[in-house]
Design a protein around this ligand. Structure first.
Ligand code: PLP
Length: 398
């Protein structure tokens, strides 16, 4: 029996670029003590007060079906939060609660792309982006960016790809680069979307982790609310990755149609999970700040540990829980560097190539190790990089 092309094409076959992570996991399973700086998964746990709220909800009998679009109180809390952050009028009817940001990404693309349409996204990219676009039967097309331009898309590159496309997916603060788009970049993106009549899908799951500037949602730019779908999530802001609670912010008619999609797929998010999210969102900003502070602190520790290392160039990260590092001075690819670092020093980082060709010759460090271990790992990494350069190790010789 043959499967559909749509499902067969979600992954493109061959290597998925995550071999270093799989190797690190094997080593950990074998009892080897690995400094694991691969995944965007918090080392800190969900705060007890949130767990208590979920426990109370379950025990109070909140175990049945819940409204498919989300509990009204949670939709209201999310709408109020978004409106307070962006000053764009946002009603509960603009909010659809989803099983994590991932399901929101799928719902948004399903809502705006027909079979055979082209959905754009910037390279480097979060691992699932291409697959999400292909999963709705559309063509996934990347827009290359340059390390020298801090991986921000240029007007020329956007305009070159926009004419045949129907949507553009952006992510600021960015995974994997940590780069936060400023007003100028976002205005360029908005202008291109308007000129070419594109939907803008803005993945803002790291909106609460912005270190040295304001987070700007492109939905707040002139005439953009009607063509922008924002992806949000509790995963990163409240260390709640496993709860699977996210949302879409969109014009009301888009939300209505996404409701129909949820009706035939997830049929809503567990009520007790929504109650936990509601508790987290309505009990002040302290929990969120405590989660963000961990990464704010580690970013500074990282920049201190890696400054003045000629073999390394840090991409100026302003947000999210990652530091992208240009290692081209070592003459190695990101993959060679990451594999050798893992085998030699038991330090696991992601090769830039895992996130698309634009990040070749880079590595991504997730700041997800406790401070003192992180600093030790970074010092070893820096020394390793320097040795590769002074050994004259090059791509061709390793
Ligand atoms: N978007 C980006 C950029 C991410 O990094 C992630 C997870 O790492 C997601 C979306 C999905 O997050 P969620 O856990 O909310 O599904």
């Amino acid at each position: 029996m043959e499967l559909s092309n749509r499902i067969l094409n979600i992954t493109q076959g061959g290597s998925d670029g995550w071999e270093v992570l799989y190797r690190a996991r094997d080593m950990i399973r074998d009892g080897i003590d690995v400094y694991d700086l691969t995944q965007g998964e918090h080392d800190i746990k969900t705060e007890t007060a949130i767990l208590d709220a979920m426990d109370a909800s379950v025990r109070a009998g909140h175990t049945g079906y819940s409204p498919v679009a989300g509990e009204p109180e949670l939709r209201q809390a999310i709408a109020s939060r978004v409106q307070a952050q962006t000053s764009v009028e946002t009603k509960p009817s603009n909010v659809m609660v989803t099983t994590g940001g991932q399901a929101a990404l799928f719902a948004a693309h399903a809502a705006v792309l027909d079979h055979g349409d082209t959905g754009l996204y910037c390279d480097p990219y979060y691992a699932t982006y291409g697959g999400v676009i292909r999963a709705v039967g559309a063509k996934a097309q990347t827009i290359p960016t340059q390390s020298s331009n801090d991986f921000k898309p240029t007007k020329e590159a956007l305009n070159a790809h926009a004419p045949n496309a129907r949507s553009l997916l952006i992510n600021s603060p960015n995974n994997p680069t940590g780069v936060v788009y400023g007003r100028e970049t976002l205005t360029t993106i908005a202008d291109v979307c308007k000129a070419h009549d594109l939907w803008l899908i803005s993945d803002e799951v790291y909106d609460c982790q912005v270190w040295d500037r304001d987070h700007i949602s492109p939905r707040s730019l002139p005439d953009m609310a009607e063509r922008t779908i924002v992806i949000g999530s509790m995963s990163k802001s409240h260390a709640m990755t496993g709860f699977r609670c996210g949302w879409v912010i969109a014009p009301e008619d888009v939300v209505d149609h996404i409701f129909n999609l949820s009706n035939v797929t997830t049929y809503g998010v567990a009520g007790f999970v929504q109650q936990a999210a509601l508790f987290a969102l309505t009990h002040g900003t302290d929990i969120e700040r405590r989660v963000a502070d961990v990464f704010r602190r580690r970013r500074i520790l990282t920049q201190d540990a890696l400054k003045n290392i000629p073999a390394l160039r840090l991409i100026p990260s302003s947000g999210a829980m990652y530091q992208m590092i240009d290692i081209q001075a070592t003459g190695m690819t990101g993959q060679e560097f990451a594999f050798k670092l893992l085998e030699k020093h038991k330090i696991a980082v992601m090769p830039g190539e895992s996130f698309g060709p634009s990040a070749a010759g880079h590595i991504r460090v997730a700041l997800t190790l406790e401070d003192s271990k992180l600093v030790v790992a970074l010092h070893i990494l820096a020394e390793f990089a320097q040795q590769q350069t002074s050994n004259g190790v090059s791509h061709a010789t390793t």
